[in-house]
Design a protein. Structure first.
Length: 564
């Protein structure tokens, strides 16, 4: 709670003395405020208010404090008095309007903004506020008035006309909407796009003959006007003349003079419309091929074709060829690069994948995810040193726009690769970085914990991470084995047995038992004095392979001797 000093009553004084004392206290209050000494400033302003209760600047400054303290009634009253004392002060009035708005006193806020528009007619931001208020309140008559006044100040333009037309429509005044648009068209008689807009409005309002006249007039003057052509197609569709509409669509798509964005829009709309009607995929593919046979300035149509092939579950070779077509147009297209890598990955993660990943990083050298795939492919193919270098390069490319999941993947893979090279300290740094980006990445939690336990380092930290992993994935035999092994390292053998039993139970769900889990079970059971069971586990682990077969054989031999 803000501590408030008590205010001592002021002694009586003559006017000149009061004025001097007031000026001194007010200036000092503002100085204290600017020095962030708000309590002192507040007390000085209260003294000022005692001296001159009607001083507008003091009432204004004090209102800010009372509003901040949640004493709204006092704060607003002081602010109102400041505005009444200085009706020409826009700063005071603006603060009062904002205060009303914040407290949902819409009518009072509107009245203040109206006064501000009269006080400062050249500042259109007050009209903009009125427009927003009336729009939120759905007061369409007032909104139309504010828009009209704004238009007088700023001039007529397409955006304002559309806004006014919408309001007329909400008021049920279609003639008013028409007149707004006609006024704009008449003011710009050479703007064909505005004429098309008029035609579209007429078409939507069932004045089809007038719309047709406008569209044909526009296309007579400018045959390749894209908006005019698209609107005429809409006219034919509205008339049920689908064949004529499709003929026009086809002509625009293969017309070299059609701009790229219009072609993309038309193609997307046609594919969607065709699919909704159970369309002919052969016809669509033929059109894609014809369009793509022309020079392409963007990859959008090629990407659309690839997406369509995937939607239709086309053969992978067809999708791959389409992907290659995207890359032929734009070699730096990351999405297509990743899609190609993923398709190759499904076949075989071999040297061809590595080459493709490396090519991708050459075209897009700052994309972290490409280095992740390159490093992963190198790691899988036993090029561990190369994998480390690639993943480090990927880590250097991480920025604020990189998804946290990608960043975590890179550091997790880097940690595993470093651990494989026995560079344990560096691996742990990488694992720490992974967990910064994703504290619940269970594979990292498990691997980090396991390698800590293997090094017999920071077992409490290892236990905590491993427990988080099995909390997320309670039936993972691998994660349960790690936790059991950490408990074993801490000589908590009974607890370790409970979790290794669960790990073995979950492991039976796999196609082949895991030799390392059985090996660990043998060690745990041996420490519990259950020699026969331990020997059985070791014998079962031997043919399945373990990290150290020689050590496993020694344990079996020792178990047999102990058993005897």
């Amino acid at each position: 709670m803000l501590a408030i000093m008590s205010v001592m009553p002021l002694r009586a004084a003559d006017n000149n003395d009061t004025d001097r004392r007031y000026r001194y206290l007010y200036i000092e209050a503002i100085r204290q405020k600017e020095a962030n000494q708000f309590v002192t400033a507040f007390e000085l302003l209260r003294l000022c208010h005692q001296l001159k209760p009607d001083a507008s600047e003091t009432n204004y400054e004090l209102s800010i404090y009372y509003l901040a303290l949640g004493q709204d009634s006092i704060g607003i009253q002081l602010l109102q008095r400041a505005v009444e004392a200085e009706p020409g002060n826009a700063e005071f009035a603006e603060r009062l309007a904002q205060t009303y708005l914040y407290r949902n006193r819409i009518k009072e806020a509107t009245e203040v903004y109206e006064r501000l528009t009269q006080l400062m007619p050249d500042r259109t931001e007050y009209l903009e506020m009125l427009i927003r208020i009336h729009e939120q309140q759905r007061d369409y008559s007032a909104l139309l008035d504010a828009l009209t006044r704004y238009e007088i100040k700023e001039g007529q333009n397409e955006s304002l006309t559309l806004a006014k037309m919408h309001v007329h429509s909400m008021l049920g005044n279609q003639e008013g909407a028409y007149n707004e648009l006609k006024s704009l068209v008449d003011a710009h008689p050479s703007d064909l796009n505005l004429q098309v807009m008029m035609g579209n409005w007429l078409l939507q309002n069932n004045r089809k003959d007038e719309a047709l006249n406008i569209f044909t007039s526009v296309l007579r003057e400018e045959p390749n006007n894209a908006r005019g052509q698209m609107s005429l197609m809409d006219y034919y569709r509205a008339e049920g003349n689908i064949q004529q509409a499709d003929s026009m669509l086809y002509g625009m798509l293969v017309n070299p003079q059609t701009d790229a964005q219009t072609r993309v829009t038309l193609m997307r709309d046609w594919v969607r419309d065709s699919e909704e009607k159970g369309g002919d995929s052969v016809r669509i593919m033929d059109l894609f091929n014809r369009v793509l046979a022309m020079p392409q300035t963007t990859t959008e149509v090629a990407e659309m074709r690839m997406a369509y092939l995937e939607l239709k579950k086309a053969p992978r070779d067809s999708i791959r060829n389409s992907c290659m077509q995207v890359l032929a147009i734009s070699p730096e297209n990351v999405g297509a690069r990743l899609r190609l890598i993923q398709m190759m990955w499904q076949d075989s993660i071999d040297e061809n994948v590595i080459r493709e990943c490396r090519t991708a990083t050459e075209y897009v050298p700052d994309e972290p995810v490409l280095y992740y795939y390159l490093g992963l492919a190198q790691y899988i193919n036993e090029h561990t040193s190369d994998a480390i270098a690639s993943l480090r390069r990927g880590a250097q490319c991480i920025n604020n726009e990189t998804p946290s999941a990608v960043s975590a993947d890179i550091y997790l893979m880097l940690g595993d690769a470093l651990q494989k090279e026995k560079r344990t300290d560096e691996a742990f740094i990488a694992y720490d970085s992974c967990l910064v980006y994703d504290p619940d990445r269970v594979m990292c939690l498990n691997n980090y914990a396991y390698f800590l336990s293997c090094s017999n380092r920071d077992l409490k930290k290892a236990e905590k991470m491993s427990y988080r992993a099995i909390t997320v994935e309670a039936n993972s035999s691998t994660y349960l084995d790690t936790y059991a092994w950490i408990l074993y390292q801490q000589k908590r053998y009974d607890e370790a047995r409970f979790y290794i039993d669960r790990a073995i139970e979950c492991d039976t769900l796999d196609t082949e038992p895991n030799g390392e889990i059985l090996d660990h079970a043998g060690d745990i059971y041996f420490q519990l004095g259950m020699k026969t069971e331990a020997l059985d586990f070791w014998n079962r682990a031997l043919p399945l392979g373990s990290e150290n077969d020689a050590l496993l054989r020694k344990k079996i031999k020792k178990g047999k001797l102990v058993k005897k």
